[in-house]
Write a protein that binds this ligand. Structure first.
Ligand SMILES: Nc1ncnc2c1ncn2[C@@H]1O[C@H](COP(=O)(O)OP(=O)(O)O)[C@@H](O)[C@H]1O
Ligand SMILES: [Mg+2]
Length: 594
C-alpha cells in the first residue's frame, strides 16, 4: 500500500524563493558564512575600511559596513537576484577569476533565509538608497541616509528555516566562528583596515599594515616570536607567510591558515606538504603552525569546485606540493633548530650540578688540546645497516663536532664533544634513531628491505578495522620486509620479518604497528604511514640510553652525524643534541656580568 506522502504528484517548477532557500543551505551554513560572504563583497567593491558589527553571535544581527564603490540604485534589486553578479561577464572569465565572489548567489541566498537590508551609495550619487529582502520578499529601493559605500544588515538568520536555526550553537560558539572568518580574511588583506565588534564591544581592530605585521596580529600571543618568515618564488608560483617553530606544533590544524591567491582555503595537498616539511622535527601526528599564502597563476587552479569556494583544485598538484615542501623544509634546515641548553633555574638540582661540572671539566680539557683532525666517515663500524647516503660536506653548525675529539660518554647515555663555538651534548639513543631512520628511508627507496622467512608464523589477534588496514597496506609492508596476512576474521599471521629487527618479537611489533596505524590511518597518506613505521623501526633498533658503546661505536656514531640532515632531532621530534656556546658557559659560571 502506498502512503499518501508517496503518492505521485505532478512535476512543477519550484518557486524562485524556494530555490533560493534550498541553495542557501549550500552557501550559508551558519552566521560566520554570512560574515564571510559580506566581507568578500566589500573587498571586491574596493573597500579600504570594513566594520563588522555582530549581536548575539550573529543570530540577531550581522552588519557589515564598507567604504567601497557602492551599488547604483538601479542595480539594487539585482543584488538580491540569484545568479546576478557584476563580476563575471563572459564564460572565459570563469577560468581566470580575480574577485572573491563570482557566483551571484550569496545575497540571494542570505535574503531567502533572513531579513536583509542593503543601504548603498556610489560616488556619482547624491544620496543613498536602501532595499529590503524579507525571507525572499523583495521591496523597491527608496532613498535613505548614507555615505558612499555599502552597509548590509542581516537580522534573524534562518528565521524561516527552523530546522537550520536549531542546528546553530550558542552565541559564543557562533561568534568564535565569525571571529575566525574575519581573522582569516584579514590575514589575506593586510592593506584593508578591519574592525569587529560583538554586542557593542570591539574585539578586533586591525589598521591597514604591512603583511608581516598583519600576520603577526593574527599569530597567537603565546607563540610570541617563535616563527620563521617564508618567502619564495619559482616559475609563476609564489609562497609567503610564516611558519611556527617545531615546538608550536599542536594536535589540531587550528593554527594552520592557507590562502590561495588571497582566498582562504582548506587544502590537503598544502597541509600534507607542510607536515612533510616538519617530518622529524615534531612528533608524528602533530600539526605545525603556519600562515601560508600561495600565489598560483589563475588558470592553474579551479576555485569553482565548492559553493563556498573554500576548496580548490590544482591543475598540477604535485608541483604545488613539491614547491611548498621544498621551501619550508629549506627554511627549517637553514635555521639551526638545535635547542640551546640554558636552564639556569634548574641549576639547583644536585644531579644537574654534578653533570654540569663534569661537562665543564671536560670542556676545559678539550680547549687545551685543540688540534683536531677529521675522521673518515666511512670508518663507521656500528651495528647499523650499511648506508648509501652520499657523503655531503659537514654542516657548519656541527663542523667541529668531529669524532676525532675524544668524546666522552656520560652515564652511558650522553656523548659530549666540542663544537666550533662551544660544546654539544648528544643523546646517543636519539641520534642513533635519527641515523637509523635516514638509513632506512634511503634503503627502502632502493628496494624492499631484506627479510627473514619465519618457519612457524607467529599469530596475533586483530580487530576487523586492523585487518582491513593490513590488507590495504600489505604492498607497503612488503617494501619494509614484513609479510603478514589475515587468518580468519580476528587474527593475523606473520610470514616474514625484517632481518635487522631480529632482536624484536614480530607479533609484538606488528601488533603495535596496527594499533598505531588504526589510530592514524584515517588521516594518513600511504607514504606518511610508511614514514611512521620507519620511525617505529628506527626507535626499536637504535641503541638504548644506558647501553654501553665501545669507543669505536661512539666514533662511528659521531662521524655519521655529518651525513644526516636535520640530525638535531630524532624522528620523534625529541632533540638529539643540545648546544652550549662558550658564552652560555661563561654565563653559567658567572664569568660575565650578566
Ligand atoms: N558591499 C558591496 N559593495 C558593492 N557591491 C556589492 C556589495 N555587495 C554586493 N554587491 C553587488 O551585488 C552583487 C551580488 O553579490 P553576491 O550575491 O555576493 O554575488 P557575487 O559576489 O558572487 O557577485 C555583486 O556582484 C556586486 O555587484
Ligand atoms: Mg559575493
Amino acid at each position: 500500500m502506498i502512503s499518501d506522502a508517496l503518492k505521485r504528484r505532478s512535476i512543477r517548477k519550484l518557486s524562485p524563493a524556494l530555490v533560493n532557500r534550498i541553495a542557501a543551505g549550500e552557501v550559508i551554513e551558519r552566521p560566520a558564512s554570512v560574515v564571510k560572504e559580506l566581507i568578500e563583497n566589500s573587498l571586491d567593491a574596493g573597500a579600504s575600511h570594513i566594520i563588522v558589527e555582530i549581536e548575539d553571535g550573529g543570530l540577531s544581527l550581522i552588519r557589515v559596513i564598507d567604504d567601497g564603490g557602492g551599488i547604483p540604485v538601479e542595480e539594487l534589486p539585482l543584488a538580491f537576484a540569484s545568479h546576478a553578479t557584476s563580476k563575471l561577464e563572459s564564460d572565459e572569465d570563469l577560468l581566470a577569476i580575480g574577485t572573491m565572489g563570482f557566483r551571484g548567489e550569496a545575497l540571494a541566498s542570505i535574503g531567502a533565509v533572513a531579513q536583509v537590508r542593503i543601504v548603498s551609495r556610489t560616488a556619482h550619487e547624491t544620496e543613498a538608497h536602501e532595499i529590503r529582502n524579507d525571507g525572499g520578499e523583495i521591496d523597491s529601493p527608496r532613498a535613505a541616509a548614507g555615505n558612499v559605500g555599502t552597509t548590509i544588515e542581516v537580522r534573524n538568520l534562518f528565521f524561516n528555516t527552523p530546522a537550520r536555526r536549531k542546528f546553530l550553537k550558542g552565541a559564543g560558539t557562533e561568534f568564535g566562528h565569525i571571529a575566525e572568518a574575519v581573522q582569516r580574511l584579514g590575514m589575506a588583506f593586510a592593506n584593508i583596515a578591519i574592525r569587529l565588534l560583538h554586542n557593542g564591544k570591539t574585539v578586533l581592530d586591525w589598521p591597514a599594515a604591512p603583511a608581516l605585521q598583519r600576520w603577526l596580529s593574527a599569530w597567537p600571543k603565546e607563540f610570541a616570536a617563535a616563527y620563521l618568515p617564508i618567502e619564495a618564488r619559482h616559475e609563476g608560483l609564489q609562497l609567503t607567510g610564516l611558519i611556527g617553530l617545531p615546538e608550536l606544533a599542536g594536535p589540531t590544524v587550528r593554527h594552520q591558515h592557507f590562502f590561495l591567491n588571497g582566498r582562504p582555503i582548506r587544502d590537503r595537498i598544502i597541509q600534507h606538504a607542510l607536515r612533510e616539511a616538519f617530518r622529524g622535527l615534531t612528533e608524528p601526528g602533530r600539526q605545525p603552525a603556519a600562515i601560508l599564502m600561495l600565489g598560483v597563476p589563475a588558470d592553474d587552479v579551479d576555485v569553482n569546485v565548492h559553493p563556498t569556494k573554500s576548496e580548490v583544485r590544482f591543475r598540477n598538484s604535485s608541483s604545488i606540493h613539491g614547491f611548498v615542501l621544498a621551501n619550508i623544509r629549506e627554511k627549517l634546515l637553514e635555521n639551526d633548530l638545535t635547542p640551546r641548553a640554558l636552564a639556569a633555574e634548574e641549576a639547583d638540582d644536585p644531579n644537574r650540578a654534578t653533570l654540569r661540572q663534569q661537562l665543564a671539566d671536560y670542556f676545559r680539557a678539550g680547549m687545551e688540546g685543540t688540534d683536531v683532525e677529521q675522521t673518515n666517515p666511512s670508518a663507521a663500524t656500528m651495528a647499523m645497516p650499511a648506508s648509501d647516503v652520499s657523503v655531503s660536506p659537514p654542516s657548519l653548525s656541527i663542523a667541529a663536532a668531529s669524532a676525532a675529539i675524544p668524546a666522552i660518554q656520560l652515564h652511558n647515555s650522553y656523548l659530549v664533544a666540542q663544537s666550533d663555538d662551544g660544546m654539544i651534548i648528544i643523546d646517543q639513543h636519539a641520534l642513533h634513531e635519527r641515523i637509523m631512520y635516514e638509513d632506512l628511508l634511503a634503503r627502502v627507496s632502493r628496494g624492499p628491505l631484506e627479510s627473514q622467512r619465519l618457519l612457524i608464523p607467529p599469530t596475533l589477534p586483530a580487530s576487523a578495522a586492523q585487518i582491513a588496514l593490513l590488507e590495504q597496506i600489505q604492498p607497503m609492508l612488503r617494501r619494509i620486509g614484513i609479510e603478514a596476512d589475515a587468518i580468519g576474521p580476528d587474527a593475523v599471521a606473520i610470514h616474514a620479518f625484517p632481518s635487522f629487527l631480529h632482536r624484536l618479537d614480530p607479533a609484538d611489533f606488528v601488533h603495535q604497528l596496527l594499533e598505531r596505524g588504526e589510530q592514524e590511518s584515517l588521516d594518513l597518506h600511504e607514504e606518511e604511514l610508511l614514514h611512521e613505521i620507519l620511525d617505529m623501526m628506527a626507535c626499536k633498533a637504535a641503541v638504548k640510553a644506558g647501553d654501553p658503546l665501545t669507543p669505536a661505536e661512539i666514533e662511528a656514531l659521531l662521524a655519521r652525524r655529518h651525513l644526516i640532515d636535520r640530525s638535531s632531532n630524532c624522528p620523534h621530534g625529541r632533540p638529539t643534541t643540545l648546544r652550549l656556546s662558550l658564552h652560555d658557559l661563561e654565563k653559567q659560571f658567572k664569568r660575565t656580568g650578566f
